[in-house]
Design a protein. Structure first.
Length: 525
């Protein structure tokens, strides 16, 4: 038997393949299984020539893997990919239709899913949108982009508000729709009229009371003219402090930020740095406080309250117990940006006991901020508070904290009314009797803000000036932070409570340009 020559066998196989490729009939695969690549729309993926009738360069394809719904991800054109192979998967109808452009715009590359990639927020972030305390706004399905995903970030009552100049800025309260703190494109206070202050959230809506600021955006505002006036006031020997007051104490925070930008653009110098070098003492602190973005300002005071030995609990109580969910969220972000620390962690490290628990609850920013009320539940909670305090030996502090830190203001007012009916005295009297120390002060602050927020701040202002000396840092913080929120309301409550005007008390306790600046802010623009 003759030996088989392997080379002959190999040559025979190669000849057969060549015949098949040259159109021979030997062992030819049926034409129904292999697309005709000489026809428009049928090209193999590798080595294909651009279909010149197709502007994007890639040819239309009619075979290959089954067509997918919604188009392809990214910039590849619609097409079917690889052709059917003998013995492989059968031809599939359809495929990706030809696109009119090289990078086809897809209507929805993946089907829209229920849910939003970022949630609607209810309150604003550094300052937020109406109904948005913080967070990124919900986005519609994006053409040609990533789809909305189920299980994205859910709705939160707090977070960063969105809007131009939101949290793409360093830190501060971003401007947007009406809320509490407001700001320019960089962030900051920017009221939108009485009762509405741009910022994290609308305190008036949350508290159920209208707010009247003393400082509103100045009509006819011109940032360049104000920058020039400040430059002239600080040029040469000394500083024209009256001019500084006339400009900065009569502008909103957002306008002050615009002035700062114009000043740097026109003169190549930082306005805050120039003010710091020209001013001194309490007047310097007041003016620089006005120039700070509100979130930074609150964060700075919280940090100072916990820095070093001891803790200034009254500052923690004032800020943490009076701000909205959205405001708290933005303050936490500003705190982290400024100090590279977590605010809640620092609070835990500087406080203890039930006061610590109350502060942590406040820092969570999870209070219900709706106006929904339930009379039956109010009665039940009033009885629960009574059982947790006056009806037992000792006090169940957790029950008080849980109710006072979570429910909305309107509902809690009903609870307080029911408590009065049940016991014959106010919830404040019960707290005075059942608690002591910082936890008592914190709970009373929460109740006071719920009952009458302007009256709460009027008392703080009075205490900052009562007795010997003046607690100037407290006075400055209160005047600056409330000026574009409800300082006009606070001024009226001050008169009602103490039968003396706030301006007169400032005149008696302060002096010089510092006094004039405070009065200018209180009287408003």
């Amino acid at each position: 038997m003759p030996l088989i020559n392997k080379r002959d066998i190999l040559n025979t196989i190669i000849d057969g393949v060549k015949k098949g490729l040259d159109g021979g009939t030997t062992n030819q695969v049926p034409s129904s299984s292999v697309p005709d690549y000489s026809q428009p729309g049928n090209s193999y993926f590798r080595g294909q020539q651009p279909n010149m009738s197709y502007p994007g360069g890639y040819p239309n394809q009619n075979t290959g893997y089954p067509g997918q719904q919604g188009g392809q991800y990214g910039g590849y054109p619609a097409g079917d990919g690889y052709p059917n192979q003998p013995g492989g998967y059968p031809n599939q109808p359809g495929g990706y239709p030809g696109q009119p452009m090289g990078f086809p715009g897809q209507t929805t590359p993946y089907p829209n899913q229920p849910g939003m990639p970022y949630p609607n927020q209810t309150g604003q972030p550094y300052p937020g949108q109406p109904g948005q305390p913080s967070g990124y706004p919900s986005q519609p399905g994006q053409p040609g982009g990533y789809p909305s995903q189920p299980g994205g970030y859910g709705n939160h009552s707090g977070g960063y508000p969105s809007g131009p100049g939101g949290y793409n800025q360093p830190v501060g309260y971003p401007p947007s729709a009406p809320g509490q703190y407001g700001g320019p494109t960089q962030g900051g206070y920017q009221p939108a009229g009485a009762g509405t202050h741009q910022g994290y959230g609308n305190v008036g809506q949350i508290s159920g009371m209208m707010n009247t600021p003393s400082i509103r955006p100045h009509p006819g505002f011109n940032a360049q003219a104000d920058a020039e006036a400040l430059r002239k006031a600080m040029k040469g020997i000394g500083c024209d402090k009256n001019k500084v007051i006339t400009v900065l104490c009569a502008r909103s925070n957002s306008q002050r930020q615009e002035i700062s930008t114009a000043f740097k653009t026109m003169y190549g110098k930082d306005l805050k740095g120039e003010l710091r070098s020209e001013l001194s003492g309490d007047f310097e602190d007041l003016i620089l406080g006005l120039m700070e973005l509100p979130a930074n300002f609150d964060a700075q005071h919280l940090n100072r309250a916990m820095a070093g030995l001891g803790t200034n609990e009254s500052v923690l109580i004032e800020i943490m117990c009076s701000r909205t969910n959205a405001e708290i969220g933005v303050i936490k972000s500003a705190y982290r940006a400024l100090y590279k620390q977590d605010l809640e962690r620092d609070i835990i490290g500087d406080t203890s006991g039930y006061f610590q628990r109350l502060m942590v609850c406040m820092s969570a920013g999870g209070r219900d901020e709706s106006q929904r009320t339930d009379q039956i539940k109010a009665n039940q909670d009033a009885h629960a508070l009574h059982r947790a305090g006056e009806q037992r030996l000792g006090t169940d502090e957790s029950s008080f904290i849980a109710i006072l830190a979570s429910q909305n203001y309107a509902q809690l007012r009903l609870v307080f009314q029911e408590y009065q009916k049940i016991t014959g005295h106010s919830i404040e009297k019960a707290i005075e009797a059942e608690f002591s120390g910082d936890i008592k002060d914190g709970l009373l602050a929460v109740v006071s803000c719920i009952q009458n927020r302007p009256a709460y701040f009027a008392k703080l202002l009075y205490n900052s000036m009562a007795g010997l000396g003046t607690r100037d840092k407290d006075l400055i913080r209160l005047v600056v932070t409330r000026s574009e929120v409800d300082l006009a309301d606070i001024k009226r409550e001050f008169q009602r409570l103490y039968k003396k005007s706030l301006v007169d008390m400032i005149k008696g306790d302060c002096s010089g340009a510092y006094k004039d600046g405070l009065i200018a802010i209180v009287n408003g623009n």
